[in-house]
Design a protein around this ligand. Structure first.
Ligand SMILES: [Fe+2]
Ligand SMILES: [Fe+2]
Length: 421
């Protein structure tokens, strides 16, 4: 492979030939935002997992326990009020105003008042939702875990979820047309196959395969890190809500997502390896301040569906279309990764999805989505709605990213810059 000059913001960088199988050797410096508390390049972070599974002792730095997410900056009055609330004691016992937490902000400040159609792409709302959901994943640094199911927080989140669901319904109808209100199981499967087989708008995966620069590919990975470092977790909320053959189908898919219990093969771990190969910050939630609302939306939609039993149909449809639309784009991402000099081992994240999801898509369409529609026919329309949200979010994301790149802008809220010191 010949050397290639790439220009990253503030620097000129010569990419050098890579030693096959050596993650992280492509770039001489790190590409990250200028977060003040990150360690110097090349020094393993302090919170690395030292695990007996890692028998060779050579790659321990790759395996890491996730820490609670550092709190991001607010993006408007609602996320600001939420951050104020989370800074208080959830078990404060002094009676307060009706419905409000006595030590927290006025309950009114936790209400988002924009139009439903704007909800999916509103930074303030999406950050507030994301923070409220992260309490149920790895937690938030410095925030009392008692907030996870606190009635004040849940009441506020209920309002955010309602307006988001209204917005998703409006936008899916606007962009994808009306949906059948009472589809049969066969019609559910057919609707998902149509969604999966329809190309809409410009192709982000095609751009990444053929044209993207190193910086653009890095930005793509930064966006995706918000989901892929917890890959599969939001859909896993669905397992206890399902039973019988449909539950078995979901578990069959999720088992592969979790590497059959082998930490190195977990898809989240494969993505972590990929980030390290691209010299990116691989900490869970490390780029939350950088990503726009539409990136947070991608995670929030699954969390919303996953955390409510009554949305199990939408969750199932979401997972089904996720799996049905994964194999082809990942093959393109893999080609883009290799074209730009990405490491062979790191390509495993993409390659694994090309192979596994070619199998998963059949299970997802027929045993999962079709199976649920047969056993609970009243969920048919909801299954399709969940699938339609995948198409909507994919389209919104591609439009945002390609729109920014097409005019020479970063797709992130802050440009990636070289070096962490
Ligand atoms: Fe996966
Ligand atoms: Fe999959």
């Amino acid at each position: 492979m010949s050397s290639e000059l790439v220009v990253l913001p503030g620097r000129t960088e010569r990419r050098r030939n890579r030693r096959p199988g050596a993650p992280g050797t492509a770039r001489s410096g790190r590409t990250s935002h200028t977060s003040p508390d990150q360690g110097p390049p090349g020094r393993p972070p302090a919170d690395l997992e030292q695990t007996p599974l890692d028998r060779t002792g050579l790659d321990r730095a790759r395996l890491r326990h996730d820490r609670p997410v550092r709190l991001p900056a607010s993006r408007g009055p609602v996320s600001e009020a939420l951050l104020e609330l989370l800074d208080t004691d959830p078990d404060h016992e002094t009676p307060g105003r009706a419905g409000a937490h006595p030590a927290g902000p006025d309950q009114d400040r936790l209400q988002w008042s924009g139009p439903a159609v704007a909800a999916p792409t509103d930074d303030d709302l999406q950050l507030a939702l994301w923070l409220s959901y992260e309490l149920g994943y790895r937690g938030l640094a410095g925030v009392d875990e008692g907030w996870e199911h606190h009635p004040v927080l849940l009441a506020a989140r209920r309002g955010w979820e309602r307006v988001l669901l209204d917005g998703l319904e409006l936008l899916t109808v606007d962009r994808l047309g009306p949906a059948d209100p009472e589809p049969t199981a066969e019609q559910v499967v057919a609707a998902l196959e149509t969604l999966a087989g329809t190309e809409r708008g410009p192709s982000l995966s095609g751009h990444l395969m053929r044209q993207a620069t190193v910086r653009q590919f890095s930005e793509f990975l930064v966006h995706r890190s918000l989901y892929h470092l917890k890959e599969a977790d939001p859909h896993t909320w669905g397992i206890p809500r399902l039973s019988g053959a449909v539950k078995a189908a979901m578990i069959t898919i999720q088992l592969d997502e979790y590497g059959l219990g082998e930490v190195r093969a977990m898809h989240a771990q494969l993505f972590r390896d990929l980030m390290r190969d691209w010299q990116l910050d691989d900490r869970y939630g490390g780029y939350v301040d950088e990503v726009p609302a539409v990136t947070l939306l991608a995670s929030n939609v699954i969390s919303l569906f996953g955390l409510h039993r009554r949305w199990r149909g939408a969750l199932t449809g979401h997972l089904a279309l996720f799996e049905m639309t994964s194999s082809t784009p990942n093959a393109r991402y893999a080609r883009g990764h290799r074209r730009l000099g990405g490491g062979p081992r790191a390509a495993a994240f993409f390659d694994e999805h090309v192979v596994a999801d070619a199998v998963h898509e059949q299970i997802a369409a027929h045993r999962l989505a079709g199976g649920l529609a047969r056993t609970e026919p009243e969920l048919g329309a909801q299954i399709v709605f969940g699938a339609r949200t995948v198409a909507l979010v994919d389209d919104l994301f591609a439009e945002h990213v390609l729109g920014a790149w097409g005019t020479g802008r970063s797709s992130l809220r802050r440009r990636l810059v070289e070096g962490r010191s």
